[in-house]
Design a protein around this ligand. Structure first.
Ligand SMILES: Cc1ncc(COP(=O)(O)O)c(C=O)c1O
Length: 445
């Protein structure tokens, strides 16, 4: 049996992604600060070994096999920050090769342990988090020295064109097909730069106006897999002339957005995904027609020992931190008042209600609702708003009005619904008092 359409494969390697078997593209709804620009995350942990690097490892090996530099019983050696190593270890197992990987002790313990677990020989070195090619004692120098020994071969993801080619052949075509050619901006975090260089090249060949945007962490960062601007100078595949913009993201900002992605979007993204997304928020203007795809390289599961350093309340026994949504509502409600996009005056609301019967959420206490409410309005008192999401529209683009007595607490209702991802929510200015003063129809219960 082998039927990829039914997700039946005769080997784990059949799961490697391609235009016919793409990793998922998921729209982000809650953490996005845009009104018009649409943002999609490409979830690379759906690759068989858990990261974007599965594509690269598979292509490095296939390319080596085609050139006969990788042959039966081959001993592979590769300095790696983890994900390439894990994918290479598994591909080596599947194909009868071995993998030796010199790496920095700064790499999270989870990754070093899993590499051993997968069968790789791990040589731990006192190197920087990102191995530097020039450092004589570092992981790259040791791998190069080993590669000179008989029977060993180094694939060298830092210079090998098979790295960007993997993305040119798979990631790019997947995104083009999944967005039906509507993608306008492609955003990736920068490590070896294989992802941005290969995917960007493919997408620009389809649409020259498409913007290819790179995101890097600030100097001194602690985000595995990506490189600061200084560290990027050591990477041959970093080709800024081929990109349309770069953004720098602070370490702490990346970890905080990572937490929000997990809690608010229920997306298990790791820190480098959040870093790329934070950069996208800076680099992409908010305009109708903009469709952004951001690469999310791997999931949070490998990063327990990283996130615990930067986010309070995660250590064993810590009290449950306050729900970020509550804090958000408190600080944001004043910004909603007077924002013409988030409020609607009572006449306009009435007119639209007569024509299209938008969903109306009444956030007053039940007794006030029972006395008189807009016909078909759903009652959800503000005090219990966060406890019950049932009955809200399925369509996040559905127009929604929130209403209260005077138009104050309905502002919180707008923020709450926005935090759930609803994009067209407005508070009726003046509330039910204004509605009734105008003599507009009401129901009682
Ligand atoms: C977790 C993580 N994020 C981002 C990247 C960056 O991807 P690339 O090396 O293609 O620039 C990597 C690459 O190692 C990674 O492992």
């Amino acid at each position: 049996m082998n039927d990829p359409a039914l997700r039946v494969h005769d080997s784990i390697l059949g799961l490697l992604s391609s235009a016919d078997n793409p990793t998922p593209l998921v729209r982000l709804n809650r953490v996005v600060p845009f009104r018009d620009t649409q943002v999609y995350a490409k979830l690379e942990w759906y690759n068989p070994f858990g990261a974007v690097k599965d594509r690269v490892a598979a292509n490095l090996v296939a390319d080596g096999e085609a050139r006969l530099t990788v042959q039966a019983g081959q001993k592979l050696v590769e300095p790696t920050s983890g994900n390439t190593g894990m994918a290479l270890a598994m591909i080596a197992n599947a194909k009868g090769y071995t993998l030796t990987t010199p790496l920095s002790v700064e790499i999270p313990l989870e990754k070093r342990t899993m590499l051993r677990f997968f069968g790789a020989e791990v040589i731990e070195l006192e190197d920087a988090l990102c191995p530097a090619p020039g450092a004589p004692e570092g992981a790259i120098a040791m791998a190069m020295e080993m590669a000179e020994r008989p029977g060993f071969h180094m694939l060298n993801q830092y210079v090998n064109e098979a790295n960007p080619d993997a993305h040119y052949k798979t990631t790019g075509p997947e995104i083009w097909r999944q967005t039906e050619g509507t993608v306008t901006h492609f955003v990736a975090g920068l490590g070896t730069c294989g992802t941005i260089t290969g995917t960007g090249r493919f997408l620009k060949e389809q649409r020259s106006a498409l913007k290819v945007l790179g995101v890097h962490p600030a100097e001194g960062h602690d985000i595995p897999g990506v490189r600061s601007l200084r560290q990027l100078q050591q990477t041959q595949l970093f080709r800024p002339a081929e990109y349309d913009g770069l953004a720098e993201v602070q370490n702490q900002a990346a970890f905080e957005l990572c937490l929000r992605l997990n809690r608010e979007e229920s997306i298990i993204a790791g820190p480098s995904s959040a870093m790329a997304l934070a950069g996208a928020f800076e680099l992409v203007p908010d305009e109708p027609g903009h469709v952004v795809v951001v690469i999310f390289p791997d999931s949070a599961f490998k990063y327990a020992s990283s996130v615990v350093k930067y986010l309070p309340g995660l250590e064993p026994g810590a009290a449950k931190p306050a729900a970020p949504r509550d804090a958000l509502l408190d600080t944001m409600v004043e910004n909603v008042r007077g924002n013409a996009d988030l409020t609607i005056d009572v006449d306009a609301a009435h007119e639209q209600w007569q024509v299209g019967r938008p969903f109306v959420l009444d956030v007053r206490p039940s007794d006030e609702y029972q006395e008189a409410h807009i016909p078909s309005a759903v009652s959800r008192p503000i005090a219990v708003l966060g406890e019950n999401y049932a009955g809200l529209p399925d369509d996040l683009d559905a127009p929604i009005f929130t209403v209260c007595q005077r138009g104050n607490s309905s502002l919180s209702g707008v923020l709450f619904l926005q935090s759930l991802g609803y994009r067209t929510v407005r508070s009726i200015t003046g509330g039910m008092l204004a509605w009734r003063e105008k003599g507009f129809v009401t129901d009682a219960e």
